[in-house]
Design a protein around this ligand. Structure first.
Ligand code: DGL
Length: 257
């Protein structure tokens, strides 16, 4: 079984891409809706939340993990995984597959993400290692607005604020927060047609197929665990997966801090 986790609805964009390539995998999805959004939290806080999420998914039987949250990527240290007996082959996070996707490309890149992701410098450093300089910019309020199901006008206002002018000398915009592709048409509206918009979920799903198949061939079941019930979460699941049967459980989630 594959365990996916995110602060809330963002990981659904990764689940969507994953379902395209691994339709019969059994998936256990944890959305920490009680503690969302994650993007303005401290590194210590994010590490405690990550530890608790990994524990939960392991206890519930997930052998392979997809961290569908860029904001916690910097917390996924090798030592932590070792302590949980998670081998590198059993974990996929967002940064590695995204950066690898652009290896050898001459495209000029710009990346938008939460403050936690941008302040960790994790993307900037990883791109640097493959010889690429990127522009990396934080949009503080956007993930929270998407998580709580704010109106499109509201979302557009936040995105316009992040792009006071149409960016010049850029070929590709990377949406390095898994919440952002849920409002991709609004990014497109604000940016126009000349800049390519990249959703890393595609690269992450491809990596999952490479690493987890054929080990992860099951009945295609999907179970959601939420730390707080959320109408917006339920609505988005039905919108994104209209045919899918699923179970949803709301549970107590108390990370040690
Ligand atoms: N979707 C997550 C990410 O990719 C978290 C966003 C948030 O909760 O602020 O960073």
């Amino acid at each position: 079984m594959i365990g996916i986790f995110d602060s809330g609805v963002g990981g659904l964009t990764v689940l969507k891409a994953l379902r395209e390539v691994l339709p019969t995998a059994d998936v256990l999805y944890f959305g920490d809706t009680k503690n969302a959004p994650y993007g303005s939290r401290s590194r210590d806080d994010l590490t405690s939340l990550t530890v608790a999420a990994l524990k939960l998914l392991q206890e519930r039987g997930a052998q392979n993990i997809v961290s569908a949250c860029n904001s916690v990527s910097a917390s996924l240290a090798v030592s932590l995984l070792d302590a949980f007996s998670i081998a590198p082959q059993q974990l996929i996070e967002m940064v590695g597959p995204t950066v690898s996707y652009f290896k050898g490309s001459s495209a000029r890149l710009m990346l938008y993400a939460t403050p936690a992701t941008i302040n960790s410098d994790i993307y900037q450093n990883a791109f640097q290692m493959i010889g690429k300089n990127i522009k990396a910019i934080a949009i503080p309020e956007l993930a929270g607005a998407i998580e709580s199901g704010k109106s499109e006008i509201n979302i557009e206002e936040i995105i316009r604020k992040a792009f006071p002018q149409t960016p010049q000398d850029i070929d590709v915009l990377i949406l390095a927060c898994t919440h952002y592709p849920l409002v991709l048409p609004v990014f497109r509206k604000v940016l126009g047609e000349n800049i390519l918009i990249f959703d890393p979920a595609v690269a992450v799903a491809e990596r999952a197929k490479k690493q987890f198949w054929p080990q992860e061939v099951g009945d295609g079941t999907t179970r959601f665990l939420l730390s707080k019930d959320s109408e917006n979460f339920r609505t988005l699941v039905i919108r994104l997966f209209p045919e899918m049967k699923f179970e949803l459980e709301v549970l107590e989630f108390e990370p040690e801090r």
